[in-house]
Design a protein around this ligand. Structure first.
Ligand code: SIN
Length: 330
């Protein structure tokens, strides 16, 4: 086969269970994430050679629970530097499943290219019986090598499905179909070399996003509302100099009375407060379960608290003043 005409895809490895290793092949929970190098991951998938020419880089070797904003900046800058090159047609990022949705959304809003960027991961370590990483990696490279994936924003290829970075979320601690896009559904499918898109995401992203990576990320934290929630956490965050707080509220972003007064006090001290929901799907409507006009808060719409935090960090780093517009548009 003449491979010189195949698309050239950069595979950037960051760690995760896809690069996990356990002493016993029957172990799918007790293992070390992020210990297998990118070359070994690629060697496990000989079929990649007929899909793309691969350029591999090890960006990090972490369990994604330890993802940091500084690493987001390193990763995003590397992706941008690769995608301006004429000899790179797309990027695949291998990642842990735990914070994949946050990294994917951050890249969706900051990558300055219309070339495909596809994240993938695995629920079972590379040493497990029926490890899901190799097929997920093959499918992610297949999507990144597809001309149809260009201009669709950052994508997540997982378990034969293609998700939009904005909408996808992890929904299971163990299942190999752990990812869902609860409000919108999948964008398409990838199977046996065939990439099929059935929808596109309409909100701005990548080259049409107003946001950029930062070296100085503002402090933005998440607090949760629940029975008997008090103001202690919010007061501590304000004392620590927090710039933004996302509330993972009950139901439609409602907040315990004990928390609400602390958040109103925080708003008066210049802290941006965004109401999201801990429910896992649905929208938080402005002036719905709480009066945002009166409280000085912003509603997160259909973003979950973790994605709302990413958008709030980007908006505060960009010194955006009309925060509700940002949450309505992105
Ligand atoms: C991680 O997120 O790095 C560990 C868990 C996983 O990848 O499934």
């Amino acid at each position: 086969m003449n491979t010189s005409s195949l698309p050239r895809i950069a595979v950037l490895a960051t760690g995760g269970t896809i690069a996990g290793s356990a002493g016993d092949a029957s172990k799918t929970a007790g293992y070390r994430a992020g210990v297998v190098g990118v070359d070994k991951l690629l060697d496990a998938v000989p079929a990649l050679g007929s899909v793309a020419r691969i350029h591999a880089e090890q960006i990090a070797s972490i369990d994604s629970k330890d993802m940091s904003a500084a690493l987001w900046t390193t990763l995003g800058r590397r992706i941008d530097a690769l995608l301006v090159r004429d000899d790179i047609d797309g990027v695949v990022v291998t990642h842990g499943t735990d914070t994949l949705e946050e990294t994917a959304y951050l890249l969706h809003l900051t990558v300055k290219s219309t070339k495909p960027v596809v994240l993938t991961a695995a629920m079972r370590p590379s040493t497990a019986l029926s490890a899901d990483g190799p097929l997920n990696l093959l499918n992610a490279v297949t999507v990144a090598a597809s001309k149809d994936a260009a201009g669709k924003g950052v994508l997540v290829a997982f378990n034969n499905q293609i998700h939009c970075a904005r909408d996808v979320t992890k929904t299971s601690t163990y299942a190999v179909d752990a990812f869902r896009s609860p409000e919108t559904g999948v964008l398409g499918f990838v199977q046996d070399g065939r990439v099929e898109f059935q929808r596109i995401a309409l909100r701005p992203h990548t080259a049409s996003s107003e946001f950029a990576l930062s070296e100085q990320w503002p402090m933005v934290e998440i607090v949760t509302s629940y029975a008997d929630a008090s103001r202690v956490t919010v007061d501590a965050l304000v004392a620590a100099g927090v710039k933004g707080i996302v509330v993972a509220g009950t139901g439609n972003g409602s907040m315990h009375a004990g928390l609400t007064q602390a958040l109103v006090d925080a708003v008066k001290r210049g802290v941006a407060v965004v109401r999201a929901s801990r429910v896992g799907s649905g929208h938080v409507m402005r002036n719905g379960a709480a009066n945002d006009d009166a409280l000085g808060t912003v509603s997160a719409g259909s973003l979950n608290p973790y994605k709302a935090r990413v958008l709030l960090m980007l908006a505060l780093a960009a010194e955006v003043s009309d925060l509700q517009r940002v949450f309505d548009v992105y």
